[in-house]
Structure formats: structure tokens, C-alpha cells
Write a protein that binds this ligand. Structure first.
Ligand code: ADP
Ligand code: MG
Length: 294
């Protein structure tokens, strides 16, 4: 349920600042304007709903935020760093370190157990097995699946599979979780259970959550509902009645956080990225295959 946690504008800290973001796909002669001109801020620890009809540009926007696709114009700044300045390797590391994904179709690896699926992001970060399994068990407990850890995805219901994918999304303690139509394949009752679960975990750890949906019923879970239509923001509704910030670029973010991202950059130039080997590429692409062209 929506657990209102109103914040004054002064307490908010921008995580993503988007300015005039545009995405045009060229299909032969045709130009498809997926995003026309998007300027918006996503603050730390808030829950957002990107609401709009099919084809309005929601997934495209999410893919840009995740660095899976590059804007045709405009800029996306994450904790003070423009994403366009990061190389592909740095972007992969950025996703590993800061982002959790939840997909409509769960995207679990079919040959792995629930526990193994949840540990995947930790394998890519080379966390020792004992630690991985301990953390994964604790995550499975949080999502109510303690007694399903040895089950393969095919032995789980849709709702249970989505719980596993939620556990996987949160296990790295990401700054932001992107959920693209997370309840699209679920019945109404399971939909609300899943929304309670994902928003509950995000609120507890003050993580930013961006939920993409065409289902207006989900908007009440968000602090802010961003209505998207034809690649434009139609309106922004703030459920906490804090005045919406159109393109808030007034705050600088936290200096320590910026340093962290600098660390990612230098890690990206060094061993971490190169040492993770084939698994990383395989896993990263598996977790990020959401229609991106990267
Ligand atoms: P939504 O997620 O809101 O349903 P999308 O962001 O997937 O919408 O798509 C927005 C528009 O961009 C649609 O018209 C879609 O057909 C188009 N589009 C999305 N991805 C691509 C792509 N890779 N190539 C060409 N057109 C695309
Ligand atoms: Mg979509």
C-alpha cells in the first residue's frame, strides 16, 4: 500500500536530472520520435510511476536512464555525472553497481534455482559464494520465498518468479530500481501483493524506484506520477502534494556520492571490468535485454 512519506522539497536530493532528452529511431526512411523533449528530475529515495499508453515512450525512457540506449539529444545526469561521458564498459559497471531491474517477463535463467538466480548479480561482482548465498537467502526470506530456494523458475508460479526477480534486483543494494511493467503478466491480487512488496523494500532502504506501467491503478503507490504521452510529459502529479519540480537542477547532490561515481569510472578503466570475464557479459546482457540496441 501507499505509505505516504512526505518530504519537503528542501530534503530532496536529485539522483537523475534529465534535460531536453530526445530519442529518434530511424527505420529506413521513417523517423520515429520515441521521446520528444523530456526534462524531469528523479530524486533519491522517492517512488515514481511512469504512466502512459503502449508506445508512448516509457520503456525508451527507462532504457536511457539505465544507459542501455543513448539519447539523440539532451542530457541525463546521474549524481552529477553525465551518462553520455561514460564508455560502454563504464555504463555496464554503472548498471551493475547502481541499478536493479525488474521485468514483466521476470528474465530468470531457467536452468538455475531461485537461490542461484538471486545470487547472479553478486557473482558478477565476485562476492565469495558463502556471502552470496547468505545474502540471497536473506533476500528470499524478505520476499517470502524461503521454502522455494531450490526450485527452478518452471516450478514456480508467475508471482513467485517475480518475487525471485525482485530479490535479485535488490540484492546489490542498488540506488535505483527500474521496473518495466512488473505486474503485466500477473492477476489483480498478485499485482497488488507485488506492488506492496517492491515499494515496501524500496521505502525501507530509501531506494529510488521507477515503475513503468500503463495501469492507472498502480499510480497510487508512487510519490510522483509522470504521465507520458507521445514522447512528452503530459503532466506530473505529486501524490504527497509537494509542488512538482519541472526540471530541478538547483541541488548539487552529495559530494561523497559523486566521488563514488568517480571511483566507478576509475574502476571501469582498470581491472574490475576486465576481470569479470565472459560471465559478466553474458549475465549483464541477460539482465538488461529489454529491447535495448546495445
Ligand atoms: P512504451 O514502453 O511506452 O510502450 P516504447 O518506449 O517501447 O513505448 O516505444 C515508444 C515508440 O518508439 C514506439 O512507437 C515504438 O514503436 C518505438 N520504438 C521503441 N524502440 C524502438 C526501436 N528499437 N527501433 C525503432 N522504434 C522503436
Ligand atoms: Mg514498454
Amino acid at each position: 500500500m501507499f505509505l505516504g512519506r512526505p518530504k519537503g522539497r528542501g530534503e530532496l536530493e536529485p539522483l537523475f536530472v534529465l534535460t531536453n532528452v530526445r530519442k529518434v529511431y530511424k527505420m529506413g526512411e521513417e523517423r520515429i520520435i520515441a521521446l520528444d523533449d523530456i526534462s524531469v528530475t528523479f530524486d533519491k529515495g522517492r517512488i515514481y510511476c511512469l504512466l502512459g499508453k503502449s508506445g508512448s515512450g516509457k520503456s525508451t525512457l527507462l532504457n536511457m536512464l539505465a544507459g542501455l540506449e543513448k539519447p539523440s539529444g539532451g542530457s541525463i545526469v546521474f549524481r552529477g555525472k553525465p551518462l553520455e561521458k561514460l564508455s560502454e564498459k563504464q555504463l555496464a559497471l554503472y548498471r551493475q553497481k547502481y541499478i536493479g531491474f525488474v521485468f514483466q517477463s521476470y528474465n530468470l535463467l531457467p536452468t538455475l534455482t531461485a537461490l542461484e538466480n538471486v545470487t547472479l548479480p553478486l557473482i558478477f561482482r565476485k562476492i565469495p559464494k558463502k556471502v552470496r548465498n547468505k545474502r540471497a537467502r536473506s533476500m528470499l526470506k524478505d520476499v517470502g520465498l524461503t521454502n522455494r530456494s531450490k526450485h527452478k523458475p518452471s516450478e514456480l508460479s508467475g508471482g513467485q518468479q517475480q518475487r525471485v526477480s525482485i530479490a535479485r534486483a535488490f540484492i546489490n543494494d542498488p540506488s535505483v530500481i527500474f521496473a518495466d511493467e512488473p505486474t503485466g503478466n500477473l492477476d489483480t491480487k498478485t499485482t497488488f501483493e507485488m506492488m506492496d512488496l517492491i515499494t515496501g523494500i524500496a521505502r525501507k532502504s530509501e531506494q529510488t524506484l521507477v515503475i513503468v506501467t500503463h495501469n492507472t491503478e498502480l499510480s497510487r503507490y508512487a510519490d510522483q506520477v509522470i504521465h507520458i504521452r507521445d514522447g512528452l510529459i503530459e503532466k506530473i502529479v505529486d501524490n504527497n502534494e509537494t509542488p512538482a519540480e519541472p526540471d530541478g537542477n538547483e541541488a548539487d547532490g552529495d559530494a561523497a556520492d559523486k566521488n563514488e561515481l568517480d571511483a566507478v569510472e576509475s574502476e571501469g578503466n582498470e581491472a574490475d571490468i576486465n576481470n569479470t570475464g565472459a560471465n559478466e557479459t553474458e549475465g549483464a546482457s541477460d539482465m538488461n535485454t529489454n529491447g535495448g540496441d546495445v
